[in-house]
Ligand binder design. Sequence first.
Ligand SMILES: Nc1ncnc2c1ncn2[C@@H]1O[C@H](COP(=O)(O)OP(=O)(O)OP(=O)(O)O)[C@@H](O)[C@H]1O
Ligand SMILES: Cc1ncsc1CCO
Length: 398
Amino acid sequence: MMIDEKSKDSDNEKNKFGEKFKKDEAKNDTTKSGSIKSSVIKSKRALENIVNENIGYIKSTAPNVHCLTNVVTMQDVANMLLAAGGSAIMAQDIKEMEEITQITSATLLNMGVPSDEKIAAYIAAGKFANKLGHPVIFDPVGVGASNYRKKCAKDILANVHPDIIRCNQEEAKILLEFKNFGREAKNLFDFEKLNIEEADFSTKERLKSDFSENKIGLSEDKENIKIKSNGVESSIKLSEEEQERAAMALAGKYNTVAFISGNIDIISDGENVLKIDGGDSRMRKVSGTGCMLSALCALFAAGAYLSHVSAAGDRSKIQFAETADNKTETGINGSKYDRKHGLSEKYFYTAYSAGKVWKETAKNTGVSTDIKSVGKGTIGTYHSLLFNELEGIIGKGI
Ligand SMILES: Nc1ncnc2c1ncn2[C@@H]1O[C@H](COP(=O)(O)OP(=O)(O)OP(=O)(O)O)[C@@H](O)[C@H]1O
Ligand SMILES: Cc1ncsc1CCO
């Protein structure tokens, strides 16, 4: 069940998400903030329509996702993408990065089992995907587990702009602690523009004071604070409020969409926040549910990207190519990342859609595995049935 869902439509033309969504928004949204350009989505139905619209994009485009990922969960990721109506190609040698990126529509950089050669390939693929305008999804698996992983993540973030960072709570904390990365802290928030209801705990005032007191975790000296990493699973459990702040800060810092998973998933583009609760806690007992979620984020982003390109025609592709150098040059440390095609706004909703579909999949799998007799022995069945449920949800929508 959705517990708190907001969005800001900052520019009527640029930020719209299709006629259907606009109509639903108008029908259901009775709450307007002070600014004419801002609106708050309260309606569960409007968000369901967005998810179903995105599912439709996957069905009509059947995207192929370039997955640079780990050997532990590769097969699950490939099967999950097939069940969801897309497909995967997995590669890891730098020699084929450009060709494979060219024939696919999204690039997933999952850092689960890193090596120097692989990270070099990740950077080559990510840079080329940025250049083509394909969405790039970064999953910094286990980044807190070793200094080597931190270096790998920094190398990737210094060279590649991820459109979505999907991570668990510990991983988010580590990325927030990187020094001299992302935008300058002072550019993180334009508090006056935040579109947040007073009734919500995320008031502008509170964020302002947290920010000035540096509770958000971006002060320069914080990189030395050590948390005892749990490896690929999160060792920390943030409060909902902390998780929300971390998502906003992470998105702001890396000029991206941040998706921080947990018993509640929180997605932010730095200004707006969407949350998804529910699912099933057994997701934690299946290795790779986070890897699969990141791949699903890539699939949904690819569907929206392909629909955008086909709607805009070849001219749009040319525009992507023309702006590509600008994108790559400014990279993640620049604040000039080109958002003018409106795709970054779409990726906020595609990330939400992926998370929502995955939570629904988890919940339905729980129901179909006879919850009353669930003991430790049933986890294998739960794992294998995830794909059935996902296929069903993609088939009929949510
Ligand atoms: N306690 C929970 N209750 C319900 N769902 C959960 C819970 N914890 C995690 N999830 C779900 O499990 C999935 C993976 O999230 P998690 O935070 O465990 O990612 P991760 O650590 O990157 O996973 P992995 O390393 O196993 O691939 C998400 O869909 C998330 O919503
Ligand atoms: C267990 C494990 N180790 C590296 S990647 C991975 C899969 C879950 O992220």
